[in-house]
Design a binder for this molecule. Structure first.
Ligand code: CP
Ligand code: NVA
Length: 306
């Protein structure tokens, strides 16, 4: 049995298998062919943080696969009153077929997975957001940017940046990350990505220079400067990230046909300008829709690899 906790746990071939499954299921869904790959199965969805996309895409996704989703906010279950993660895992995993969790530290997710009898999916932690990257890569493929793209991530060295590091280093494409000083990616995650890159041929560069990082990029991406749980740091962060907005001037340095990706929610006037977000709205909202399809690929793959 496999869990989907970070992309580091998967080979390039496995990631591409899941993406291909997602593409196949997307095509079927578009033709209203709802193939019951996971008939009668239940997906428990535990949320310790807010969500729009993750909640709706997983709940709709499991339904389209013939199963049912259980939305469990930590405020409503005993986890929120202090029942340990490991006991929650031992109870829930005896009743359901798969679990998705959105939580704070990766170690809480790892603890759940260690005690779970069923596959566990990371629906975002402070360290990683791997399901988002599956949707992002599907969107890149559909936009003709799947083949050896040069990607530039501008902004916070957070869960999204870490997940881009894992995707690029596993699949073998070029990734340039530019963050302000003091907001760099975790050094050990960079080191791991560099190790994976030796095998895959990925070129990874880390800098504090966004203008340089976007030159001739095929894909430009960013994320909020204030992630969930960092609300108290907003003022300090907004000051530190000055110069990191992806605006028209920044996009003009990328390739003419470059795409812009954003996991959403977007904060216009901070990490991205209104004009860039609206100019690339079709891609960005396809990216959001692709959460639904890419995650069906992940769920079916995990089910088939029990
Ligand atoms: N991108 C993303 O995960 O969105 P939500 O926080 O709305 O789930
Ligand atoms: N980095 C953001 C991603 C939201 C989908 C956060 O963790 O809040």
């Amino acid at each position: 049995m496999r869990h989907f906790l970070t992309l580091r746990d998967f080979s390039k071939e496995e990631i591409l298998e899941m993406i291909a499954l997602g593409q196949k299921i997307k095509a079927q869904t578009k033709k209203k062919q709802y193939v019951p790959y996971m008939e009668h199965q239940t997906l428990a969805m535990i949320f310790e943080k807010n969500s729009t996309r993750t909640r709706v895409s997983f709940e709709t996704g499991i339904y389209q696969l013939g199963g049912v989703g259980l939305f469990l906010s930590s405020n409503d279950i005993q986890l929120g009153r202090g029942e340990p993660m490991r006991d929650t895992a031992r109870v829930i995993s005896r009743m359901v077929d798969m679990v998705m969790i959105r939580t704070y530290s990766q170690s809480k997710l790892d603890e759940f997975a260690a005690y779970s009898k069923v596959p566990v999916i990371n629906g975002l932690t402070d360290e990683y957001h791997p399901v988002q990257l599956m949707a992002d890569y599907l969107t890149m493929l559909e936009s003709g940017k799947g083949d050896n793209p040069v990607c530039a991530y501008i902004g916070d060295g957070n869960n999204m940046a870490h997940s881009w590091l894992m995707l690029a280093s596993k699949l073998g494409f070029e990734l340039r990350i530019a963050t302000p000083k003091g907001y760099e990616c975790d050094a050990s995650i960079i080191a791991d990505a560099m190790e994976f890159a030796k095998e895959s041929g990925a070129k990874i560069t880390i800098s504090n220079d966004p203008a340089e990082a976007v030159i001739d990029a095929d894909v430009v991406t960013t994320d909020t400067w204030v992630s969930m749980g960092q609300e108290d740091e907003k003022e300090k962060r907004v000051a530190a990230f000055s110069g990191y907005i992806v605006d028209d001037a920044m996009m003009q340095r990328a390739k003419k046909d470059a795409i812009f990706l954003h996991c959403l929610p977007a904060y216009r006037g901070y990490e991205v300008s209104e004009s860039v977000l609206e100019a690339h709205a079709e891609t960005v909202f396809t990216e959001a829709e692709n959460r639904l399809h890419a995650q069906k690929g992940v769920m079916v793959w995990l089910d088939q690899n029990r």
